[in-house]
Design a protein around this ligand. Structure first.
Ligand SMILES: [Mg+2]
Ligand SMILES: [Zn+2]
Length: 239
């Protein structure tokens, strides 16, 4: 079965982006707008990758303009190809965890219950597309008030409390902001930056790009990149 084979490959520890010429080409494609491939690009993905941590806004659903928040389901616009990309991660056997800063709760723009209701609707929609998220963790606090606002590690710790088998060494963090990349790097995870609409000015974008191990335009493209790494690993492992 394809799923088992993919999982076996992961377990055999053959997954290496550095070893994969096809994947390097994909990385080069993703970077072609500036023609630069930084040292970070050849970092090896954890060979026994098990958990994918995902930021929410700007990765799964459209980010609102600066200073505005996704306050209700009406604002929750799922990005193209996201359910399929999540289903693919599910099929490979990776755990999918969403970690999201929701400062809008602290600002009184919406409640934690509103966030949970949005996630419940999102999960129902994913279910109808054959995809799922294993858990959502949300920081509802304002800046400098807690240990769980990314890039602080609290949401990772909450995930580990629920799934003790999670380790940073076998995880990757995928996000669209500097906070996400810092969160992943501080914990020692591999990191992927989702760049989204490059025409939109974003604070910390340059720094995030320099810090991240890889960058892709969208989550589906990042998952494609992972998939290419896996099929390449399979081909090269066959006698
Ligand atoms: Mg984001
Ligand atoms: Zn918090």
């Amino acid at each position: 079965m394809a799923t088992d084979a993919a999982h076996q490959r992961l377990r055999r520890g053959r997954l290496s982006f550095k070893a994969s010429r096809a994947h390097q080409a994909a990385i080069d494609d993703a970077r072609c707008y500036d023609g630069q491939v930084s040292e970070h690009a050849v970092r090896t993905i954890p060979h026994d990758l098990k958990t994918v941590f995902l930021d929410r806004d700007g990765v799964l659903n459209e980010k609102m303009p600066e200073g505005r928040y996704v306050a209700s389901w009406e604002d929750f616009h799922i990005l193209p190809g996201v359910p399929e990309a999540l289903a693919r991660l599910n099929r490979i056997g990776l755990r999918v965890i969403v970690v999201s800063n929701q400062r809008g709760v602290a600002l009184g723009l919406y409640t934690l219950a509103d966030v949970e209701a949005m996630h419940a609707k999102f999960e129902r929609l994913l279910q109808s597309e054959g995809a799922r998220v294993d858990a959502f963790y949300v920081c509802p606090h304002d800046t400098n008030r807690c240990n769980c606002r990314k890039p602080l590690p609290g949401l990772f710790e909450q995930a580990v409390a629920q799934f003790p088998e999670i380790s940073a060494a076998t995880s990757v963090m995928i996000g669209d902001s500097l906070l996400d990349i810092e969160f992943g790097r501080r914990l020692g995870m591999a990191t992927i930056l989702i760049e989204g609409d490059m025409t939109r000015e974003r604070r910390g974008a340059e720094e995030a790009r320099a810090l991240a191990d890889w960058h892709f335009a969208s989550l589906p493209q990042a998952v494609d990149g992972l998939g290419r790494g896996w099929s390449e690993a399979q081909t090269s492992s066959e006698p």
